[in-house]
Each structure stands twice: as structure tokens, then as C-alpha cells.
Design a protein around this ligand. Structure first.
Ligand SMILES: C[S@@+](CC[C@H](N)C(=O)[O-])C[C@H]1O[C@@H](n2cnc3c(N)ncnc32)[C@H](O)[C@@H]1O
Length: 290
């Protein structure tokens, strides 16, 4: 490199720095504008919320290792999988689900759970709105009994019947109660028989519905009562999978609990509620076929 080249590079770097400052100011201005509009609550922002949500899910799996839980924390990801897969295994045993049957994983995301279901059912369909994720699953799929479909739950055209249908956190992203109710009705009608199970896992607010709106992420946290109004659930079980980050803190202080967790991941059911009385939780709703 010559001296002239170094000086030219230095000049360019200074210009870029000025541009960066200008862009950062512009970015803050635009973000504040959107947040003010959301906070003011005078405009019906449904269309913008749909756009933000769709953008978020189309990119979630590029930005996070576990896009489904929006986390890059490997330990928390491992804990969540251990906990939830134990929960599913117990559910299949308790409800004597037909393992020769078919399962539908709606909002399959990273497909970690779809693949787990593939060990428990003869056929599994994983569906998600995220095009890049589904494309990746289609290309990498090594399991004969798994099929992936990219679709929006709002216009799902699947006609088959299933022994197990799982909604792994979609309703939190649908604003309209009537739509959620309609989808639940449709999904329950896709259950094969009275031994089939519809399992819903959603994030819930403790006291009253919270509509969280920001320029990057939107979520509609309903209460258990809200969801209870949508269907007569056979069982409702609050758990605290979302707080596994918190669970890590707990295990740092009480490391002897971690051994217990690895032996029986469901043991955290007894511990976590003591520390999370007022926040958001995860909730499993279980309904049986007719
Ligand atoms: C909270 S994540 C959970 C993912 C996965 N079930 C898990 O537990 O890791 C919700 C998933 O639902 C998908 N999703 C959101 N809205 C959807 C819609 N309207 N139709 C289909 N999938 C949707 C997202 O792309 C995302 O993968």
C-alpha cells in the first residue's frame, strides 16, 4: 500500500463515520416515530403489525440459533428441549396416543420438535410460515416419515386427519380473537378420533391481555381465561419453559438441582412457579378429539 492509498482509505473511513452517525440518528428518529404511534394508540395499526410479524418470522431463524424461542443461549436451548420433549413423552404415555398414527406440528420452526415427533409417530407434517426455514428443512430432511409445508395457519389447506396436532406458539402472533377461535375449531376438526390430542403451547399473561408492540417484534399475550373462552380444554397446565433463562440462574446458585433436572427435566415444574408469580408464562392447553 502506498502513502496515497493509506490517506485515501483514512479519508473514506472518516466519511463513513459521518454517514454512520447520520444513519444512526435517522434510525432512532424512525423507531421513535413508530413507537410513539404504537404508544398513542389512536391509529388502527393492524396492517403494520402484520407486516412486522411476518418480517420477524421470515428472519428469526437467521438471527437466532433457536428462532422458536428467540435465543442464542445454547444451555437454555438444551434445557428447553429436554424439558419439552419430556413433557411430550409423558403426554403421549398418559393419553395413550396411537404411535402408528399421524402428527401435525404447526409452527414447527427449527423442526427440532418435528423430528422428535417423528420418533413417536408413523407420519409427521411440519408447517411454518417462514419460507427460508421450510426450504432448509426440505433440503436437509433425511426422515422418510416427515414432510414440510410452508403455509400460513390462516389459510391452511391440509385435508388429512391426525392423532396429534401441536400448535407450538402461533396464536400469540394472531391479533384477532375470532380468528384464533376459528383456527382452533378447524384444527380440532382435523383430529382423527376421541383418542386424538390437540396440544397448544402459548405464552400467556398472568392478569390481563397484553398487546406488545415494537418496531421489531409484536406479540399478543392472552390470559388463560381468554384461551379458555375459545374451547372447553380438557386440561390446562401452566409451565415456565420461557423462563429457562431464569432456571439457569437458579442452577448456578443451586448446582445440585441441575443433576436432578438432567435425571428428570419435569422436576422444574415444582420449582419455577415460586420465582415467577407475575410474569409471562408458557401454558399448555390440551383438548381431546370427539
Ligand atoms: C414461538 S415460535 C415456536 C416454534 C416451535 N414450535 C418451537 O417451539 O421451537 C412460533 C413459530 O410459528 C411460526 N408462525 C408464526 N405465525 C404463523 C402463521 N400465521 N402461520 C404459520 N406459522 C406461523 C413462526 O415462523 C415460528 O416458527
Amino acid at each position: 500500500m502506498t502513502n496515497e492509498e493509506i490517506i485515501r482509505a483514512k479519508k473514506q473511513v472518516e466519511k463513513i463515520k459521518i454517514l454512520e452517525k447520520k444513519l444512526a440518528a435517522k434510525k432512532e428518529y424512525l423507531m421513535n416515530k413508530v413507537h410513539l404511534c404504537f404508544d398513542e394508540g389512536k391509529t388502527d395499526t393492524t396492517q403494520a403489525e402484520d407486516y412486522i410479524l411476518n418480517y420477524f418470522w421470515q428472519h428469526a431463524y437467521e438471527n437466532y440459533i433457536d428462532g422458536g424461542c428467540m435465543s442464542n443461549d445454547l444451555v437454555a436451548i438444551e434445557h428447553r428441549f429436554l424439558y419439552e420433549s419430556s413433557f411430550f413423552a409423558k403426554l403421549f404415555a398418559d393419553y395413550k396416543i396411537d404411535k402408528d398414527g399421524a402428527a401435525l406440528d404447526f409452527g414447527c420452526g427449527s423442526a427440532k420438535y418435528t423430528e422428535f415427533f417423528a420418533k413417536n409417530f408413523k407420519k409427521v407434517i411440519g408447517v411454518d410460515i417462514s419460507e427460508s426455514t421450510i426450504e432448509k428443512h426440505k433440503q436437509n430432511n433425511k426422515l422418510d416419515n416427515v414432510e414440510y409445508i410452508c403455509a400460513n395457519i390462516l389459510d391452511c389447506k391440509i385435508k388429512e386427519k391426525f392423532d396429534f396436532i401441536y400448535d407450538g406458539g402461533i396464536f400469540t402472533y394472531i391479533k384477532d380473537d375470532l380468528l384464533v377461535k376459528e383456527i382452533i375449531k378447524k384444527l380440532t376438526s382435523m383430529l382423527k378420533n376421541k383418542n386424538s390430542i390437540f396440544l397448544v403451547k402459548e405464552s400467556i399473561a398472568e392478569h390481563k391481555r397484553i398487546d406488545y408492540k415494537s418496531i421489531n417484534y409484536i406479540a399478543y399475550y392472552r390470559t388463560i381465561k381468554d384461551y379458555s373462552n375459545f374451547i372447553n380444554w380438557d386440561e390446562v397446565k401452566i409451565n415456565h419453559v420461557k423462563q429457562l433463562g431464569w432456571f439457569r440462574k437458579y442452577c448456578n446458585i443451586y448446582p445440585e438441582k441441575l443433576d436432578e433436572f438432567y435425571k428428570n427435566p419435569l422436576c422444574i415444574d415444582k420449582v419455577v412457579p415460586n420465582y415467577n408469580k407475575n410474569g409471562l408464562s408458557s401454558c399448555f392447553f390440551i383438548a381431546k378429539g370427539k
